[in-house]
Design a protein. Structure first.
Length: 556
């Protein structure tokens, strides 16, 4: 017989009591806070439990202090080659008595069942018949435990009210707590021994769930006491800095545990640089290079956002050493190199990134990177060829050929015929028989472009020479005309005795008119200014002499 449903529509205590009243044998599956769990009933009594994060009976006996770790290890080793169970071997070696094992197992089972009932939710299913599930602990089943249902229901009902209060102070089992300095067991504590033991393990290195697991037969009381400690300020929450300090103190001897503590801190502050650095260091020590590289990348990202470029680059180099084939790391290195203006490093990182993108067929990304690099070094033939290849990989064959021809023509114009030939040949590799590319290669090989350029140069030189001669002839003609006019004006000045008769102003006017008419001649530029200056000086002297003569006449 199979019965299933949802706990929202049926009262769980009624279901359990029905199983007990009818002395049914079968397995009940429930959903609780710790996940899915199963309870096995035998003749209406609780016989075993599986799931819910339960550890083996032998391990719980060790945690509870019934057996030592060495005794348990010996029993587990012998059990591998024997038909006897671990608990049977422990009893046989007199590490623990059968009575103690039975009592402890009953306490463990009752504790877990009560907690499961108190927190059960969601779907349930009861399958009648002998248990076929191998996930149940064989040691626990072998003890033939028979827990009555009614007391467990009563205790679960009582605890359900307490859990509301407990969760006010401890919302999650993942929280960590520290016993405050000098903390002692409060007076009137319900279980002084448990309280003393609880204070002894509250060093911040264990979560609430892990602390409770240290007391498997008193887990609920452990939760209740811990909530009271928090309420009464006997214990305080462990901060991320505390977790980091604890992790650093144990990382050499317990790197796995240290990394777990670091990750719990990162669950609270995902961008804590020191925690991320510790995560990277511990992951690398444990051989998890991917995890270490991921942490380094995130640290680099944080440094970049804060403007700490040098620190970011250092972290990226460490990440690249750990994961050299990770394109996201190389992409970030390329971005930093471009940001800092390190052209050669940017080209190196970019070409490496192109290889990484091409390997899995990410040709569009490879093309984008090459286009970025071409803006950094537009004259690189290597980049031009790589970009053409990426365009072909992306199905842009026509564009690849067009760009190669365009760049080849530019190189021909710059007289870089060797580079142009390389590009034209690359175009032919992409599109064999391309008419323009074939013709261009032939013209380069026959030096047609070079001959054309030489003819053009000769023509330019000839034109320059002719122009120079024409200009020179024009200047000579201008100067000859000016000299004739110069001689004519000197004749006029001499014939009319302008100097002797002190007609300086008239002479100056003649020469100034000459300078205007023959402004581009050397005569007008060199001789005339000198003659005009002499005439003006004579005119000034005559005027001065006249002024002095007038003054003398007045005094007489």
């Amino acid at each position: 017989m199979t019965v299933s449903g949802d706990l929202a529509t049926i009262d769980l205590p009624d279901l359990l009591q029905n199983i007990e009243v009818h002395s049914r044998t079968g397995t009940l599956s429930l959903t609780g806070e710790a996940g899915a769990a199963r309870i096995h009933f035998r003749d209406g009594h609780i016989a075993a439990m599986a799931g819910g994060g339960r550890s083996s009976l032998g391990e719980r006996l060790r945690v509870a202090g019934y057996v030592t770790a060495r005794r348990l290890d010996n029993a587990q080793r012998k059990a591998r080659g024997s038909k006897r169970s671990v608990v049977e071997l422990l009893i046989a070696s007199r590490a623990v008595t059968a009575e103690d094992v039975t009592q402890a197992a009953a306490d463990f089972l009752a504790e877990d069942v009560v907690n499961l009932i108190a927190s059960a939710q969601g779907a349930f299913e009861f399958v009648e018949g002998e248990m076929q599930d191998e996930s149940f602990d064989a040691d626990e089943l072998g003890l033939s435990l028979e827990l009555p249902v009614a007391p467990q229901i009563l205790e679960a009902t009582r605890r359900a009210d307490h859990w509301v209060e407990i969760r006010k102070f401890m919302p999650s089992d993942a929280m960590h707590f520290h016993a405050r300095d000098g903390a002692t067991v409060p007076e009137g504590a319900e279980d002084a021994d448990l309280a003393e033991g609880l204070l002894g393990v509250l060093d911040g290195s264990r979560s609430v769930g892990e602390v409770a697991e240290l007391f498997p037969d008193r887990r609920f009381h452990c939760y209740k006491l811990l909530a009271e400690f928090v309420r009464d300020r006997v214990a305080r929450p462990t901060g991320v800095e505390d977790l980091l300090a604890i992790a650093e103190s144990i990382e050499k001897r317990e790197p796995e545990r240290a990394r777990e503590l670091v990750r719990r801190g990162l669950d609270r502050e995902a961008h804590h640089v020191e925690l991320l650095t510790a995560e990277a260091r511990l992951s690398e020590r444990l051989g998890d290079t991917a995890g270490a590289a991921s942490a380094r990348k995130l640290v680099a990202h944080i440094h970049l956002d804060a403007g700490r470029t040098a620190e970011a680059l250092e972290q990226l180099e460490l990440a690249k050493r750990l994961a050299p084939s990770d394109p996201t790391i190389v992409e970030r290195c390329l971005s930093v190199a471009l940001l800092q203006g390190r052209r050669q490093d940017a080209l190196q990182e970019g070409l490496l990134l192109v290889e990484l993108y091409r390997a899995p067929g990410l040709h569009a990304r490879a093309k984008d990177v090459l286009e970025r690099l071409q803006r950094v070094d537009p004259d690189s033939l290597e980049l031009e060829l790589e970009l053409a290849q990426s365009r072909v990989d992306c199905g842009e064959t026509a564009m690849a050929v067009k760009q190669l021809l365009r760049r080849g023509k530019a190189l021909v114009a710059a007289e870089n015929y060797l580079g142009a030939r390389v590009l034209f040949e690359a175009a032919l590799d992409i599109e064999p028989g391309h008419r323009e590319a074939t013709l261009s290669v032939e013209m380069i090989d026959k030096e047609v472009y070079a001959q054309r350029r030489e003819k053009k140069r000769r023509l330019v030189r000839l034109l320059i020479t002719a122009a120079s001669l024409a200009v020179a002839g024009l200047l000579l003609l201008t100067e000859f005309s000016a000299r004739l006019a110069y001689v004519e004006i000197r004749s006029v000045v001499g014939r009319e005795r302008m100097i002797e008769q002190q007609h300086y102003s008239e002479a100056i006017s003649l020469w100034q008119e000459f300078a205007r008419q023959h402004a581009f001649s050397l005569t007008a530029q060199l001789d005339v200014p000198r003659l005009v200056a002499e005439l003006e000086q004579r005119r000034f002297e005559v005027e001065q002499a006249g002024n002095l003569h007038g003054t003398d006449e007045r005094f007489r």
